[in-house]
Design a protein around this ligand. Structure first.
Ligand SMILES: Cc1cc2nc3c(=O)[nH]c(=O)nc-3n(C[C@H](O)[C@H](O)[C@H](O)COP(=O)(O)OP(=O)(O)OC[C@H]3O[C@@H](n4cnc5c(N)ncnc54)[C@H](O)[C@@H]3O)c2cc1C
Ligand code: FES
Length: 363
């Protein structure tokens, strides 16, 4: 007879709550949790200047991902737990490994920690994968990838996916960075280009004095894009970088291509909808029994944080759902669409909504 595998839920549920068990599992450097996805860092490699790739082995509570998606990563920095989003740069694999590639931003708390301090063997908390910039089916049309800086990360996963599938449709990448030393995956991209006749890569270096053959020193403009991408009206375009880069690409070719998918790593600025002139509203947090006077001229997440309220968050741009809560009453405005919602008992993403009246939230 075989021994029944240990079921943590059955064994511990009469004694201890799931979140308490998972907290202590993390503290004891164990991946054996009840419900919380955790991952161990199993490899760390320098990818480019100030940039490292961390390979993670998740526990069984991580439910998988598609190329082009992201995860939230939570680490403790100076005694404070902080969560940020990172794109997965590898593709789904038999060993169930995940790879993130992190660039240390100046004074950045989590990116500096992950780049400079996180070590192999360390355990980090992760969230489930999210993001819509994926390829669910083998594309029958040419694919164009436009990346700026760290924006290469989800696009690298898509490129690895397409080239691994040995598809014959043209794949074009234009990758902007300040200097050559900041280019990630440089040897692999050149190798992929050599191995796949349908894959073409152009590096654009905006702050490099000596250019090598095939490199450009030019920001995106309409002429450059039409030169490098011959068949733009028949192509699916994927763009990723900071908000300014994504906006300029959208304006240049968003309407000209077959389909346009874009994600930015910096939170959008909702300047047309948020303003201190909108005054304050009274917000009741029902679960924590607090009533606050909050700015109506900021995303609710920022307004709550400004009052010292800690709210779980990740992407801060409405894509990971970490900050979602239930609005019990009142009117909110969706900052991505401008739409007002007064429906009671409705789901609300605090990072992309502002209060348009007094509110009661289930927080
Ligand atoms: C969906 C998604 C996917 C992402 N994927 C990646 C990825 O694959 N690799 C990666 O390196 N980053 C990625 N990011 C950015 C990442 O989540 C963090 O924002 C970044 O690492 C900075 O966090 P921090 O804690 O170090 O900085 P913070 O301590 O939060 O901020 C410190 C300073 O840096 C500025 N800052 C914050 N974020 C950025 C940024 N992205 N670029 C420049 N300045 C910034 C802030 O304005 C502030 O002045 C992604 C973001 C999103 C939303
Ligand atoms: S923090 Fe990601 S949806 Fe709000």
């Amino acid at each position: 007879m075989f021994a029944k595998p240990l079921n943590l839920r059955e064994f511990f549920s009469p004694i201890i709550a799931a979140d308490v068990f998972d907290f202590w599992a993390g503290e004891c450097r164990s991946l054996l949790t009840w419900q919380r996805p955790l991952a161990r860092i199993v490899e760390r490699r320098v990818e480019a200047k100030n940039t490292v790739t961390l390979v993670l082995k998740p526990n069984k509570h991580f439910l998988g991902f598609n190329a082009g998606q992201h995860i939230n990563v939570t680490v403790e920095v100076n005694g404070i737990r902080l969560t940020r989003s990172y794109s997965l740069t590898n593709i789904p694999n038999k060993k169930s490994l995940l790879a993130i590639t992190v660039k240390a931003v100046e004074n950045g708390k989590v990116s500096s920690y992950l780049c400079q301090k996180a070590q192999v063997g360390e355990i980090v908390e992760i969230g489930q994968s999210f993001g819509e910039m994926t390829l669910t089916t083998a594309p029958s049309k040419p694919s164009v990838f436009l990346a700026a800086g760290s924006g290469i990360t989800p696009l690298m996963s898509l490129i690895r996916h397409l080239t691994a599938e040995q598809l014959t449709q043209p794949i074009t990448l234009i990758y902007w960075a300040k200097t050559r030393a900041e280019l990630c995956f440089f040897p692999e991209l050149r190798q992929l280009e050599a191995n796949h006749t349908n894959f073409n890569v152009t590096f654009a270096l905006t702050n490099e004095t000596h250019l090598l053959a095939g490199e450009l020193n030019r920001r995106p403009d309409a002429e450059l894009l039409t030169q490098i991408i011959p068949n733009i009206d028949n192509s699916q375009v994927f763009a990723c970088g900071n908000a300014g880069f994504v906006d300029s690409i959208r304006q240049l070719i968003g309407q000209k291509c077959l389909s346009f998918h874009a994600e930015s790593f910096t939170p959008p600025v909702f300047s047309n909808l948020v303003s201190p002139a909108l005054g304050t509203v009274r917000v009741q947090l029902q679960a924590s029994q607090k009533t606050l006077e909050l700015s109506a001229g900021q995303p609710l997440l920022n307004a709550l944080e400004a009052q010292g309220i800690e709210v779980a968050s990740g992407c801060r741009m409405g894509i990971c759902n970490t900050c979602a809560c239930t609005k019990l009453s009142g009117t909110t405005q969706d900052l991505t669409t401008g739409e007002l919602t007064s429906e009671p008992q409705s789901a609300l993403r605090l990072c992309v909504a502002r209060a348009n009246s007094d509110l009661i939230l289930d927080l």
